[in-house]
Write a protein that binds this ligand. Structure first.
Ligand code: ADP
Ligand code: ASP
Ligand code: MG
Length: 450
C-alpha cells in the first residue's frame, strides 16, 4: 500500500527559483509526496495586504503590482516553458489590477480577500511548472474546489465536512497519477467568492488537507531546521528539538511561536497524523517530529513569545464576597466579541489580557467597551506588553518550577502571571522592551546554556 505525505512550503521556501528548485527536489526524492501546498512567494502577501486596503492611490497600485510581477518573473525566467507560464501569470496580474482598482473605488472585505489570494494562485502555478521541469508530474490544483468556508472574509472558517467530501470525490482520485500543487491560505464561500483563512494560514490549510485525505504524514518545510527551544531570531542559543508531543507543540503555536499557525495541529491531532517540520534549505539536517506520544517529557521544552498584548484590569470593591460581578464583565466583552486570553483575579480586581494583532483590539478597547465597563467598575488599560510562555510538561505539578523561572527573571518587571490551568505552560506578561531580555535570560537558565 502506498503512503501519502502532504508537503507544505512556506514563503521563503518558494521565494526565488533556487529555493523552488530545492523544494522540487525534496518532492522528487520521496514518492510519498503527492500533494504540495504552497504559500505565496516571500513578500508577495505583504504587498497584497497593502493593495487590499482602502484608498490606495493608482500610482501605488501600479508600483505594487510591478514589484509582485518582478518577484514572479524573476522565477519564471529560468523555466524552459517560460512563455506559457508568463502568459498565465500575466493574466492573473491583469485580474489583480482590476480588483485593485475596484477596491480603491469601493473597498470591501470581499474584494480584499480576492486580492490577498493572488500570491498563492501565482506561486502554485509556478511551482507545478518547476516540478515538471525536473521530471515530476506536477499539476496545478485550485484548492477553492474543495476548501469551502463561511463568509468571514479574512478569517474564514472551513467547513470540515464539505472539505472531507470534496477531498474524497475530487482530490483523491487525481493523486494516483499526478503530484498536485495547490494553494494554502485561501478558500471559497457558498457564493463562490474567494476567502482567506488568516495570515500564516497555509500551515493550517495543509493540515486540513492532510486530515481530509487521511494522509500518513504532514511535512511543513520552512526556513529553520525544525521547532527550536525558542525563536532563533531572539537568541542564537536556541536549538532544534528532535521530537515533541502534539500537546506541547500546539501550546507553543498558540502562545505565538510563529513557526506554526496556531490551528495547524488541531486537524493533525484529530486524525493522529505525525507532523514533520524542517528546513527546505537544509533538508539533510532533519528537523522536528511532532506526534502523539514522545519518549521524553521534559519539564521545560521551549519558550514562546507573543507581542502586542493588552492588559485590562477591572476593579470594584463591590466584588468582595459578591457573586455575579464577573458575569457582568464578560457580558460586556461578549457583546463586543472580545476574546479574553489570560485572566487572574484578586479579591476586588480582575486582570485580563487580549491579543492585539494589527491594533484591532486596541481600537475596540479604547472606545465603547471601556465606557460600558466603567459603568460597573474602575478600568485600567495597558498596551505595549508581551506574553512569554514557558512550555513543557507537568509544569503544574513539578517542585521548584517557580524558583527556576523567577530566578531567571531578575531585572524584568513581571506584570501578570498565569499558572495552573494547563499542565503544559506557565506564562507571564512583561513590558515589550524587556521581552527579548526575559526570553534570553530564561533560555540560558532553563536550558543550561553555558
Ligand atoms: P513560513 O514562511 O515557512 O511559514 P514563518 O516565517 O511563518 O515561515 O515561520 C518560520 C519562522 O518562525 C522562523 O524563521 C523563526 O524565526 C520563527 N520562529 C518562532 N518561534 C520559533 C521556534 N520556537 N522554532 C523555530 N522557529 C521559530
Ligand atoms: N501567504 C500567507 C501569508 O503570508 C499565508 C502563509 O504564508 O501561510 O500570511
Ligand atoms: Mg508561516
Amino acid at each position: 500500500m502506498t503512503s501519502l505525505t502532504v508537503a507544505k512550503f512556506g514563503g521563503t521556501s518558494v521565494a526565488d527559483y533556487a529555493a523552488m528548485l530545492r523544494c522540487a527536489q525534496i518532492i522528487k526524492n520521496n514518492p510519498d509526496n503527492k500533494l504540495v501546498v504552497v504559500s505565496a512567494s516571500a513578500g508577495v502577501t505583504n504587498y497584497l495586504v497593502r493593495l487590499s486596503q482602502a484608498n490606495v492611490p493608482e500610482s501605488e497600485q501600479r508600483e505594487i503590482i510591478e514589484s509582485i510581477a518582478n518577484i514572479q518573473f524573476n522565477i519564471t525566467q529560468y523555466l524552459t516553458e517560460q512563455t506559457i507560464i508568463d502568459r498565465e501569470i500575466s493574466v492573473l496580474l491583469d485580474e489583480l489590477a482590476a480588483y485593485a482598482s475596484a477596491n480603491a473605488l469601493n473597498h470591501s472585505a470581499r474584494i480584499s480577500d480576492a486580492i490577498l489570494s493572488f500570491g498563492e494562485q501565482m506561486s502554485s502555478r509556478i511551482f507545478a511548472m518547476v516540478l515538471r521541469s525536473i521530471g515530476v508530474p506536477g499539476q496545478y490544483f485550485d484548492v477553492r474546489q474543495v476548501m469551502k468556508t463561511n463568509d468571514l472574509y479574512g478569517q474564514a472558517v472551513v467547513n470540515i465536512e464539505k472539505l472531507q467530501q470534496n477531498a474524497t470525490t475530487i482530490l483523491a482520485p487525481q493523486l494516483s497519477t499526478n503530484v498536485l500543487v495547490t494553494q494554502g491560505f485561501i478558500g471559497q464561500n457558498d457564493a463562490e467568492y474567494t476567502t482567506t483563512l488568516g495570515r500564516g494560514g497555509s500551515d493550517y490549510s495543509a493540515a486540513l488537507l492532510a486530515e481530509a485525505l487521511n494522509a500518513d504524514n504532514l511535512a511543513i518545510w520552512t526556513d529553520v531546521v525544525g521547532i527550536f527551544t525558542t525563536d532563533p531570531r531572539i537568541t542564537d542559543q536556541a536549538r532544534s528539538i528532535k521530537e515533541i508531543s502534539f500537546g506541547e507543540a500546539a501550546e507553543m503555536a498558540t502562545f505565538g511561536a510563529k513557526i506554526l499557525h496556531p490551528a495547524t495541529l488541531i486537524p493533525a491531532m484529530r486524525k493522529n497524523i505525525p507532523v514533520f517540520v524542517g528546513s527546505s534549505k537544509e533538508p539533510e539536517k532533519g528537523g522536528t517530529r511532532i506526534q502523539q506520544s514522545v519518549a521524553s517529557k521534559p519539564t521545560y521544552r521551549s519558550i514562546a513569545l507573543r507581542r502586542e498584548q493588552t492588559l485590562v484590569t477591572v476593579k470594584s470593591p463591590a466584588m468582595l464576597h459578591a457573586s455575579g460581578f464577573l458575569a457582568k464583565v464578560f457580558t460586556v466583552l461578549a457583546k463586543h466579541e472580545l476574546s479574553v486570553d489570560l485572566i487572574t483575579t484578586s479579591e476586588i480586581s480582575v486582570a485580563m489580557t487580549f491579543d492585539n494583532p494589527t491594533g484591532s483590539t486596541q481600537a475596540l478597547l479604547n472606545s465603547t467597551v471601556v465606557e460600558e465597563l466603567e459603568q460597573l467598575c474602575e478600568v485600567t488599560v495597558e498596551h505595549g506588553l508581551s506574553l512569554v510562555a514557558v512550555v513543557g510538561n507537568n509544569i503544574h505539578k513539578t517542585n521548584g518550577v517557580g524558583t527556576d523561572i523567577f530566578d531567571a527573571l531578575s531585572g524584568v518587571n513581571v506584570r501578570m502571571i498565569c499558572q495552573g490551568a494547563s499542565e503544559h505552560n506557565l506564562c507571564f506578561l512583561v513590558d515589550e522592551q524587556q521581552a527579548n531580555l526575559a526570553v534570553e535570560q530564561l533560555h540560558t537558565s532553563l536550558f543550561n546554556v553555558a
